[in-house]
Design a protein around this ligand. Structure first.
Ligand code: AP5
Length: 215
């Protein structure tokens, strides 16, 4: 199975990818996670990305596309299946991705558009918490860790992302509407788009998605 997950910040791309990874054993490639790891390790790329991420802006296309090319082409992916989460985010990225995947003979089968409403997005993002060590996702209301501030899975510190504040969320939404929403029609034109109501509970969404792609 070869999927891209599209949708606004907080639509639940990472959450759904986590569930599908367990169910289908696909490689989960999240540009947001890769960039945060680079920031954590204070690499030159991490230092470059930090200024964009903290302002809610997009990291330049050539930087993220190179990352994805390296990840997909340079091996390290068990099997043929993948789920891309947070990439592509611009039409240029979508076109470059198609070129990379064409060379690899691993074209996208389904582009899953998680459509979520603004109040739900804001509730999810302002309440999200994340493990600094293993990136496990939590939410202060929807999915709190058993012990506050401590990851259930690895015991790591659970923190709030610096871009999950109301002001940066607003910028991220504006950036999404201007740059990423238009690529929905790019995949629609290819006959690959599946739109799902992402305000639903994550497990229900997983079930609906499995039925949709089995058709
Ligand atoms: P990235 O990390 O990709 O952020 P994003 O797209 O804004 O998406 P999020 O991670 O915020 O949300 P999500 O949809 O994964 O939601 P989640 O599952 O976590 O990117 C961050 C930054 O990196 C960008 O702003 C940009 O600067 C840069 N970047 C990354 N990729 C780039 C690219 N390709 N080009 C240029 N720049 C790039 O869920 C959120 C919360 O809600 C969680 O707490 C979860 O528990 C809860 N939740 C989720 N789903 C449900 C549900 N169904 N029911 C109840 N609760 C739910």
């Amino acid at each position: 199975m070869r999927l891209v997950l599209l949708g606004p910040p907080g639509a639940g791309k990472g959450t759904l990818a986590g569930l599908l990874k367990d169910q289908l054993g696909l490689a989960h490639i999240s540009t947001g996670d890769i960039l945060r790891e680079e920031m954590k390790n204070n690499t030159p790329l991490g230092r470059e990305a930090k200024q964009y991420i903290e302002n809610g802006e997009l990291v330049p296309d050539e930087v993220v596309t190179k990352l994805i090319d390296h990840k997909m082409t340079g091996g390290g992916m068990a099997g043929d299946g993948y789920m891309l989460d947070g990439f592509p985010r611009t039409e240029q990225q979508a076109q470059d991705l198609d070129r990379i995947l064409e060379k690899l003979k691993k074209p996208i089968e389904h582009a899953i558009y998680l459509d979520s409403s603004l109040p739900v997005i804001i509730q999810r993002l302002t309440g999200r918490r994340i493990c600094r060590n293993c990136s496990a996702l939590y939410h202060i209301q929807n999915k709190p860790p058993k012990k506050p501030g401590v990851c259930d899975t690895c015991g790591g510190e659970v923190y709030q992302r610096s871009d999950d504040n109301e002001e940066t969320i607003k910028t991220r939404m504006d950036v999404y509407m201007a740059n990423t929403k238009p690529i929905i029609s790019y995949y629609e034109a290819q006959g690959k788009l599946q739109k799902l109501d992402a305000d639903k509970d994550a497990k229900d969404l997983q079930e609906i998605l499995m039925k949709t792609i089995a058709r």
